[in-house]
Design a protein around this ligand. Sequence first.
Ligand SMILES: CC(C)(COP(=O)(O)OP(=O)(O)OC[C@H]1O[C@@H](n2cnc3c(N)ncnc32)[C@H](O)[C@@H]1OP(=O)(O)O)[C@@H](O)C(=O)NCCC(=O)NCCS
Length: 226
Amino acid sequence: MNLNGLPYVIEPMQLRDVAEVMEIERLSFPSPWSARAYRYELQENNLSHYLVARPQRPLTQKEPGFGDGPRRERLIERLRRSLGMTAPPGVNILGYGGFWLMAGEAHISTIAVRPEWRRHGIGELLLVAMLELAVELGGDLATLEVRVSNVAAQSLYQKYGFAKMGLRPHYYSDRGEDALIMTTKHLTSAAFQSAFQRLKAELRQKLVERFASQPQGVLDSPSTTP
Ligand SMILES: CC(C)(COP(=O)(O)OP(=O)(O)OC[C@H]1O[C@@H](n2cnc3c(N)ncnc32)[C@H](O)[C@@H]1OP(=O)(O)O)[C@@H](O)C(=O)NCCC(=O)NCCS
């Protein structure tokens, strides 16, 4: 999808992203994956493909007590260096998602958005990017498991043509909750592609309009209800 003019960029997840991904992971899932699991996915699992959504420019968090302007930035930077923090400061990752590609099937393993950034189209953008990448790599089906109680995620998947195909009873060990198995039609079929192209155009339009309608840019108001 053409991301020109949009407030977000989508990039491959890097090892240096894992700490920030873990922040979102812990806020998003009752049984978060470990940092080690993410490092394994990035370094050793040849089947895996992970993406992150970033703001176009890094956002600085509002650390109190530093005043404003360049002096504040210098003080934060000095403090970060003295603490041995090497990743760029502030919020750099708004969400992430990943899939394993096996025998033409893209198994979406995770997707999550920073809680205060939800309902801004980022989850949808990540799903679009994963489906596009899966097709580019030769995938022809996408499938996933989702908690039966996770209405938000199911609604996102349904929007993109995932249909309920079965149930895995007690799949989630933390609460013994069942998982729905949801799967797309053939990703390269005319039926899927025509709906997919329409949804992508609508998403792009929505993001462009939202970005343009806020003089300071959508990035400065993460908690604004869309
Ligand atoms: C699921 C999740 C990734 C969606 O991300 P998001 O950025 O908030 O979603 P978007 O703003 O892109 O919304 C896209 C579509 O998802 C659906 N959706 C998202 N949040 C929803 C909600 N709270 N209720 C109902 N539908 C919702 C809608 O269909 C929406 O389309 P619309 O804007 O045309 O109504 C996000 O809620 C999340 O991180 N949840 C916690 C982690 C998780 O449960 N991951 C799924 C594991 S299977």
